[in-house]
Design a protein around this ligand. Structure first.
Ligand code: ADP
Ligand code: ZN
Length: 395
């Protein structure tokens, strides 16, 4: 295990450390970032008002839009010459968000990724094939530095050239694979075509993230690749991969590096904090970042927080598997509905493809929600009755 100390601190000690870092952070961003100074002033809050962790709720949220408005470097909290690396998100839903790291940020990031790999019980003897893209995207270089920090051997395959990657997996004998869960299945398919049997490879573990996936997908990957498939979470705004990682022991929720990231769950509509166990939007305050620290960053990712002891012995809180994004949330007759909930119901029905269309309308002043699905031929022939049932399931 890597740096067990930070992963096993008693709750009072984690909280004392978080509070000390939070206070320092507030002083620093107030002094260094005009955007935050303005936000503090508008909210009538001074850094000195933060006396306990529960005072966190006095602080304003930061949103992706704030990063875009300050594109590219407006939220940086350190002189430009201290920045040693730039990354940026893909910007698929608008202008890219740009982040900068100091040397210490890179080191802290590498440490949290090394811990994440430790959660998977990967160690310095492992050969880690990194098939996340290298470049502005944080996936490739993030895993790379973490794997090196752990003392493991990295194979920096990056994305693409799938056929070749399968050959490398075989020839170089990787014991761990890091990529998106869908790419893992894609690699397996390429292996099938090339006559490479994954179950005969030394590959034992997969570290998968950067996109939503389900428990059934985990089972499928584990069966096809004959590995343990674990979930890793992160986002470039907050740092990159390694913000949270599932442990091999429990495979039940991702441990957050709480000494670096202070998590909250809020109601995405009211912004109120929600208690542990309740599902809502994950908000993260970065406690150690120097380049671009973020106060109460709204990730839009939906999950819940679990502070109960874990089988593995780590005391860090866990976040549950992500179940969609708050920006996708629909409110139908006052009920919050997430596409992910619909998707998991559909996936339980054999013969229905994962492609679906949600049609929201209003009839006689009442919201209606209709789900149109694609069904396979087999489904029509044998299960016409089921189809009728699903037809009736329209709200
Ligand atoms: P980009 O925007 O370039 O794709 P980011 O690192 O900013 O790169 O993407 C982060 C987002 O990816 C998260 O906010 C989350 O929505 C999603 N994500 C990351 N890891 C996971 C995971 N394990 N499960 C589900 N979604 C994830
Ligand atoms: Zn655990």
């Amino acid at each position: 295990m890597f740096n067990t100390k930070m992963e096993t601190l008693p709750r009072e000690e984690i909280e004392a450390l978080q509070l000390r870092r939070l206070k320092e952070l507030c002083v620093r961003v107030y002094a260094m970032v005009p955007f935050y100074r303005k936000r503090f002033d508008e909210a009538g809050v001074r850094p000195a008002d933060i006396r306990s962790l529960s005072d966190l709720k006095l602080l304003p949220f930061t949103e992706k839009q704030d990063m875009r408005n300050n594109y590219p470097y407006g939220l940086f909290a350190t002189p430009r010459e201290n920045i040693v690396r730039i990354h940026a998100s893909s910007g698929t839903t608008g202008r890219a968000t740009v982040v900068g790291y100091t040397a210490r940020d890179i080191d802290n990031w590498a440490e949290s990724v090394a811990r994440a790999l430790g959660c998977a019980e990967i160690n310095s003897k492992d050969f880690i094939h990194v098939a996340y893209g290298y470049g502005l995207f944080t996936g490739g270089l993030g895993l790379h530095y973490g794997a090196e920090k752990l003392g493991a051997t990295v194979i920096p395959a990056s994305g693409g050239a799938t056929r070749r990657q399968v050959q490398l997996l075989k020839d170089f004998g990787a014991t761990a694979l890091c990529c998106t869960p869908s790419y893992a299945l894609h690699l397996w398919e390429a292996g099938q075509e090339a006559g490479i049997d994954f179950t005969a490879l030394p590959l034992r573990k997969g570290i998968f993230g950067a996109e939503p996936w389900t428990e059934s997908m985990r089972q499928e990957i584990e069966r096809k690749l004959n590995i343990d498939a674990l979930n890793i979470y992160g986002l470039s705004e907050v740092m990159g991969p390694g913000v949270a990682m599932e442990c091999l022991r429990a495979k039940n929720g991702m441990h957050i590096c709480e000494d670096q990231f202070l998590p909250e769950i809020i109601d995405p509509v009211t912004g109120e904090q929600l208690p542990p166990g309740e599902m809502g939007e994950l908000v993260i305050t970065t406690l150690t970042k120097e380049g671009i620290p973020l106060l109460r960053y709204r990730t839009r990712d939906l999950t819940s927080l679990d502070y109960t002891p874990c089988l593995c012995g780590r005391t860090n809180a866990r976040i549950g598997r992500l179940s969609g994004r708050s920006d996708d949330m629909l409110i139908i007759r006052g009920v919050n509905v997430f596409p992910q909930q619909i998707e998991s119901m559909l996936l339980e029905n054999e013969g229905i493809s994962p492609n679906y269309l949600i049609v929201v309308d209003r009839k006689d002043n009442l919201d209606t929600l209709e789900i149109q699905v694609e069904v396979s031929d087999a489904f029509f022939a044998d299960e016409i009755r089921k189809l009728q049932e699903i037809g009736r399931a329209h709200v």
